[in-house]
Design a protein around this ligand. Structure first.
Ligand code: ADP
Length: 475
């Protein structure tokens, strides 16, 4: 259930909105209280000033004492009610003696506390005589008779009540808003994720039967388009690999069909009627030869598939290229002698870090081809040399050569030039194995050829490739 992006988004938004709303509520409550207190302070200031004005007027008439006495009794409204939450008090600064108090105080026998009075108004929040929270102003006023301290106080109950009623309202409104936002986010995210659904529908249309199908990139949302582009690129690679595999399978079957037909026709001949012992021997010799050829093809197919799947593990060691090529020449010489081809090896003192068996396979293929596709009485010249970090082996022959257009194709699997196909036995797999092994060693192979004159293959191998633990190189 929590795997749903929509639900996760809705929950995330709910969490964020809750925090925002809680912060907002706290801020509103705080600001409202401050504004309420400011209003009360303004009111206290004007009440205090009014009291002071009355005394100033009365002093000008010389009646300040009478007025102070009168203030104790004549207060009206809230000031006249006992503990009403509205109080005033006038105190002599010299003796801290209360000269007048609102009846709301005197009826309860209570006083307002004197908190360091000064000429500037001073505001305090105090606990009143009946335990209420009060806001109080204290300020000195100068009269001819001396300095008097004026204090007026007012209950903060109204401010608290206002703040609490706003909080009560928020407790109802915010959760409702939260739920509405949650639903809105759920609906919006469903709508926003709709293109993904459409994308997934077009993916599900691609099957093994229509690997060429691609996701339509035009018109896709900007966030999904890169996904479609990557998917299409990946499908391109998969399709190419699938096609290669199919082609490989069909080529392999095709290559194996010829020897199989040969074997079958010899068997038919043998079984057709009774033959002489020599005929049987000849037929079995041909069958054995063909089976050998088939084994050769099958072995090469296996090597290719192991190279493809990276199952082929190379075991790197120091390989002396002179020695390796000497062994290869020794191996091929009998075949070359049969064709009157002379092999020469121009030595160079070069050692590489590589797989001995793999490199022997490479050079055997090269020299074998140079003899196989050579003319009667031709020659093969091999050179081993080195540049700074690279070993170079060239195999030059005076053979049939090949046209410029063919030099790229001969490394493809099962590719054989028509001319060679009709004249020599082969599988068309040798050079593709050679290239794979050389590239696995971090090297490269090139060919220059002239039809009727000969060919020159050049293999470049890094002397010290960095071998990874899985047997591949990192040059
Ligand atoms: P195979 O030799 O078994 O046919 P390869 O993969 O070794 O397979 O070679 C592929 C093709 O390249 C050969 O069939 C041949 O047509 C061509 N080729 C390879 N080496 C030479 C060469 N030295 N001279 C001319 N053609 C060559």
């Amino acid at each position: 259930m929590f795997n749903s992006i929509k639900l996760r988004l809705a929950l995330l938004f709910l969490l964020i909105f809750s925090l925002v709303f809680a912060g907002l509520e706290f801020f509103q409550h705080h600001e409202l209280k401050i504004a309420g207190i400011r209003l009360v302070d303004d009111h206290l200031k004007s009440s205090n000033q009014t009291l002071a004005n009355i005394l100033t007027i009365e002093e000008s008439h010389g009646q300040i004492k009478d007025e102070l006495v009168e203030l104790n009794q004549t207060a009206t409204g809230e000031y006249a009610l006992k503990l009403s939450g509205h109080y005033y008090q006038i105190t002599g600064a010299s003796d801290s003696k209360a000269l007048a108090r609102s009846p709301s105080l005197s009826l309860a026998g209570a006083y307002l506390p004197l908190l360091q009075p000064s000429d500037e108004p001073r505001y305090d929040t105090i606990t009143g005589p009946d335990g209420q929270r009060l806001r109080m102003i204290t300020q000195n006023y100068r009269f001819r008779a001396g300095v008097l301290i004026f204090q007026t106080a007012e209950s903060l109950d109204d401010v608290s009540r206002l703040a609490s009623s706003l909080r009560d309202l928020s407790i109802v409104i915010y959760p409702a808003l939260l739920i509405l936002c949650g639903i809105a986010v759920f609906i919006i995210s469903s709508w926003a994720l709709h293109p993904l659904k459409a994308f997934s529908r077009s993916l599900s249309r691609i099957t093994e039967a229509n690997l060429g199908e691609r996701v339509e990139e035009k018109g896709l949302a900007a966030e999904i388009k890169p996904l479609a582009v990557d998917f299409n690129t990946m499908m391109g690679r998969l399709e190419a690999s699938f096609t290669r595999q199919k082609q490989f399978l069909s080529d392999a079957s095709h290559e194996l069909r010829t020897p199989t037909s040969i074997i079958k026709s010899f068997c038919d001949v043998i079984l057709g009627r009774t033959r002489s012992a020599d005929d049987y021997r000849e037929a079995f010799r041909k069958i054995s030869e063909t089976v050998n050829r088939m084994c050769g093809i099958i072995n090469r197919i296996l090597v290719i598939s192991r190279l493809d799947s990276k199952e082929m593990r190379f075991s790197p060691s120091k390989v002396d290229l002179n020695e390796t090529l000497k062994d290869v020449v020794r191996l091929i010489e009998p075949m070359a002698a049969g064709k009157g081809v002379r092999i020469t090896l121009e030595r160079g003192n070069v050692t590489v870090s590589g797989d001995r068996e793999g490199l022997t396979e490479v050079f055997t293929n090269m020299v074998e081809n140079a003899v196989k596709y050579n003319k009667q009485g031709g020659s093969v010249h091999i050179t081993v040399s080195g540049e700074a970090d690279t070993a170079i082996v060239t195999v030059r022959d005076t053979g049939i050569g090949m046209a410029a257009g063919e030099t790229k194709k001969i490394f493809d699997r099962f590719y054989r030039i028509d001319e060679s196909r009709s004249q020599t036995i082969g599988s068309g797999l040798g050079l593709s194995i050679v290239r794979s092994i050389v590239e696995s060693h971090g090297g490269s192979i090139d060919v220059k050829s002239e039809p009727g004159t000969g060919s020159e293959f050049t293999i470049r191998l890094p002397k010290n490739p960095v071998w990874k633990s899985n047997g591949s190189t990192h040059v």
